[in-house]
Design a protein around this ligand. Sequence first.
Ligand code: NAP
Length: 229
Amino acid sequence: MTPTVLITGAGRGIGLELVRQYHARGARVLAVHRPGLVVPDALLALQEAHPESMRLIPLDVRAASVVVNLAARLSERIDILVNTTGMLMGTGYAPAGNMVGGGLRATLQVNATGPLFVAQAALSNMTRGGKIATILPIGDVRSLDLLDPDARQAVKAAVVKVMQSLASDIKPSGVAVALIHPGAIDPAPGGEAPLSLGDSAAGIIGVIDALTLETSGRFFGYDGALADG
Ligand SMILES: NC(=O)c1ccc[n+]([C@@H]2O[C@H](COP(=O)([O-])OP(=O)(O)OC[C@H]3O[C@@H](n4cnc5c(N)ncnc54)[C@H](OP(=O)(O)O)[C@@H]3O)[C@@H](O)[C@H]2O)c1
């Protein structure tokens, strides 16, 4: 049976690489990208080459209407959802009190509530055995430090707790949830050589393959290591 995989953040980065790799494995792919006048070239080229097995869905995950809007556009059964949307509120230390123009709210919407709403929409088309994975923004969850005043810790805490709560809610319906750290793909200043996008995405797919209801709600490294102790 051909699995159907719904991937958000599909226009570039990890999301686009997941689109490529899931499609190469024979999956049917529903690729969610941010709406705009221009569809990202690489995504459009893939879809045009494989119109029968790939569909593009423009959607801004911050919109309050995401659940209704996306659910109405899904007619097929969804086997796997991977949330990769991400938005960082700048680099370096980001104190919440300094955030103007709704930066904190937008970041929470893209990284935490958006993925939850997309999951709620997908759930209407998921059956037992379905899987939902969310890529963790901003580093490894082990670096979650409640004493650190950097507001990005709030975003990380939000996505972890939102997805763990979802995992608990939907366990009885047989759908498993994972949080996955993709590894350091972008070179950190003075840091180690970055991981390739291909290796990160391949690792993420392996983690999702191995996910079960027993491990639902936990967080993993892209290499499959449990990252929550
Ligand atoms: N790359 C790394 O080294 C690394 C390390 C740790 C964690 N992460 C996390 O992993 C996730 C994916 O990383 P990445 O490197 O692939 O990020 P990326 O290249 O910045 O891609 C982010 C994706 O999210 C989409 N997006 C942003 N706002 C959106 C919205 N409102 N509605 C719909 N889509 C939206 C973007 O669309 P547009 O193209 O339209 O902007 C883009 O496709 C992020 O959460 C990131 O923080 C990455």
